[in-house]
Design a protein around this ligand. Structure first.
Ligand code: MN
Length: 493
């Protein structure tokens, strides 16, 4: 597995000295209760740490600068319990480089109708305190998330959790390092791009290696390790009957084990968390990595085929965001165009991640039909059913556009006994026609990342954090509006 880092989020409550020390003590007590309750009953994926009641500009600036330098801090959560004059937030907000969540909540849930007096009002005034803060964040054009509602409401805590996962993926940008084995597939447009811009915008590093660098490492893998990994395959997957005897089929699977070990050794030695391959560029390799790429994706590595390093990095980012659950490299492959029951069959030549499998994957050895290498072993399975998203990240010449489609993954109508690849079938929202027309107008690619675990909102928030354009195609999409939006976007961006 790719190693996981431990992160925390810092909770900062805004107030001022106008109300006296007793009131400030209450502000602190309330903040501590909220943080403790959110951590425990809210079941947060990362710990929230209460930092301080902020009442002056110098303290806020120091806190924000400390957060910037602290590798364990993945974001700041602010709440204006009482009125906090927002001029004291200017210096701090201008310096903050970590994700910001403005939690617009109130300590008390209900108005105590019979007892309410001015003391109560003064201790429950985020309704105007948070508006003062919100004005300043908007005036400064600070990228942030606003979540409103009582802090005990599961709808609120779920939104906070989702945002935390996006923040983690954002602050982990500099840990996303892609090794490209070979270049992009010749003549293909959408997989090409500006690697410097990817590092400036997202922190992603993208490096080239000749395939020979990898072949050398694969050659050094001891046979004992290949045998041990082959035995692991036997416990995890259904193997073809031919593999029970020595021969081509077993050798083909063993070759993928050797490639998997070589790739993993290379990636860990050089500190990469994502990689690409290209079937046009396999000098010295016996097979295109199929099973090997699938197994490494399941361990959390980002991957995409045909040298598509941007989708490989996007997959790694989304694996961080989803904690490596139910998220895979994907390609729009074939359509089912039965009127009223249209759907998309997603797959790839070989490389779909088994974290989206619904059944025990089986290993199949089959010719690739393009290129002239040996028949590669790959995992074949059907994918889960349920709500999912497909995400594409494209370059529009000097800028990025993220395109997201909300979809519903459905069961196949019938068995596909002659299809030697893993697959998923889905129906895109709002309808097949509108969704695919919208996708093509938006310039979305055929390579995507497919996730059952993440929401369009989480990816939209990532686009906000990184200041890139984001087009969401969902139940509410109207094609005429979307086409106008795209035209306006071109002017704005
Ligand atoms: Mn492809």
């Amino acid at each position: 597995m790719v190693a996981k880092q431990v992160f925390t989020f810092w909770f900062v409550t805004g107030s001022q000295h106008l109300y006296g020390n007793d009131a400030l003590q209450k502000v602190k007590d309330h903040s501590e209760i909220i943080v403790q309750e959110m951590n425990q009953t809210g079941n947060m994926p990362y710990e929230i740490i209460f930092k301080e009641v902020a009442t002056n500009s110098d303290d806020i600036l120091t806190l924000m600068q400390t957060a910037n330098l602290d590798d364990t801090c993945a974001g700041i959560i602010t709440w204006m319990h009482t009125f906090s004059p927002a001029k004291i937030w200017i210096a701090g907000l201008k310096s903050l480089q970590k994700p910001l969540l403005h939690l617009h909540t109130q300590f008390n849930r209900d108005i105590p109708w019979n007892n309410i007096d001015m003391d109560f009002m003064n201790l429950n005034q985020s309704a105007h305190g948070d508006r003062e803060f919100g004005f300043m964040a908007t005036r400064l054009n600070v990228k942030r998330k606003v979540i409103a509602g009582h802090w005990s409401d599961p709808k609120v805590t779920t939104k906070v959790k989702d945002w935390m996962k996006t923040a983690i993926a954002f602050v982990s940008g500099s840990q996303i390092n892609v090794a490209r084995f070979g270049d992009n597939m010749r003549n293909v447009a959408v997989t090409d791009g500006d690697k410097i811009e990817a590092q400036i915008k997202f922190g992603w590093t993208v490096d080239y290696y000749g395939i020979g660098d990898l072949v050398e490492v694969i050659k050094q893998i001891p046979e004992t390790e290949v045998d041990a990994l082959y035995r692991e395959y036997e416990t995890l997957y259904e193997l073809p009957v031919e593999a029970t005897e020595p021969g081509e089929v077993r050798e083909s699977i063993q070759e993928q084990a050797r490639i998997e070990l070589g790739l993993k050794h290379f990636l860990t030695t050089h500190g990469y968390t994502a990689f690409t391959t290209n079937f046009e560029d396999l000098h010295g390799m016996k097979q295109l990595p199929g099973l090997a790429a699938q197994r490494l994706m399941a361990e959390g590595y980002g991957f995409a085929g045909e040298g598509d390093w941007r989708t490989a990095a996007l997959l790694r980012m989304m694996k961080i965001m989803s904690d490596n659950q139910d998220t895979s490299f994907m390609e729009d492959y074939t359509y089912h165009l039965e009127p009223g029951n249209e759907m998309i069959l997603g797959s790839h030549m070989l490389e779909v991640c088994p974290t989206i499998a619904k059944n025990k994957p089986k290993i199949v050895v089959h010719p690739l039909s393009i290129g002239d290498k040996a028949d590669p072993a790959r995992l074949v399975f059907d994918s889960k059913e349920g709500d999912a998203i497909t995400v594409s990240l494209v370059e529009m010449g000097g800028r990025y556009r993220m395109v997201i489609n909300e979809v519903e993954a459905v069961a196949a109508l019938e068995e596909t006994p002659h299809l030697p690849v893993a697959k998923v079938l889905w129906k895109p929202a709002p309808s097949f026609q509108e969704a695919t027309e919208a996708w093509i107008y938006a310039g979305g690619a055929h390579h995507t990342v497919f996730s059952y675990q993440l929401t369009a909102t989480q990816l939209y928030d990532f686009a906000q954090m990184t200041d890139i354009e984001c087009i969401v195609i969902d139940q509410d999409t109207r094609l005429s509006q979307l086409r106008n939006e795209l035209q306006l976007s071109n002017k704005i961006w």
